[in-house]
Design a protein around this ligand. Sequence first.
Ligand code: BTN
Length: 326
Amino acid sequence: MKSEILRLLKENDTYISGQQLCEQFQVSRTAIWKVIDQLKKEGYQIEAVRNKGYRLIESPDVMSKAEIDSLVDTKWAGKNVIYYDETDSTNNRAKEAGNNKEPHGTLFVADMQMAGKGRRGRVWKSPSGSSIYMTILLYPDIPPVKAPQLTLIMAIAVAEGIREVTGLETKIKWPNDIVVNGKKICGILTEMSTEIDYINHVVIGVGINVNQDTFPDDIKETASSLKMELGKRIKRSGLIAAVMKIFEKYYEIFQETEDLSGLQELYNSMLVNKDREVKVLEPGNEYKAYAIGINQTGELIVRTPDGKEKEIYAGEVSVRGVYGYV
Ligand code: BTN
């Protein structure tokens, strides 16, 4: 009821009468008043006027199940939100839920992670109050070898979601870092449980730097936040909802062909490495090449100095700009 009341308050610029809410939810005026009081305690500014009702004046950067639920407008992606003030890692929560066959599209969100994980076994520092840490649980009916393509779909969804909410010009650093003005503002970590020829579940974890003002010395040259790039705070729940809406749309396009052919052009239009020289970092082998764009399965096509085209697979390989991170 709380998220539904919140949604109604958000959808209406005018007052909603207490009577209307009572009738809609079949509860007493006191029950409605209690929900409104809870919302106020969470930081929502709600005006209550006798004989008129309630009106939402301002919602803060609240992260809660009710807030996210009130904003998500999808068929399945993020339709079921499990929210934690703190947890070890939302990827761990999603994997556990995958083993228990929780619904496809369930979204795990935390305000803080005690053991946030980055790619290549790195730590993803996850303090409270400023970032988005979320993981979506999926049961794709595709061969395991195709699963990494889902990460690229999430990269497009995050890049586009941030553009929609902030107007910032986001880019994708292959395969799945999101950058703004050459700095990383989002990382994605996909993990899966598979058998030889089928997928039990896939979890796609997304960490977005939203309202940080600074970063630790070791990453401050390459990392940034939306607030630092935009000069103002962003409401995290609204961004989560925007990303879910876009992810759902592009996932369904992927399902039609089970590859990225319907999204390749869009991805390449956002690719920061496109038509640039990159340093390809293969284990034990580092070389310069010219990046052309991704193919239909998400490999990066590069031209090596001897003029040959090569497709590089994200698993073991990463790319850097010749002069730095991008
Ligand atoms: C990277 O190294 O770029 C990937 C970072 C992924 C971080 C996110 S935060 C939510 C989810 N839970 C985790 O433990 N990691 C991912």
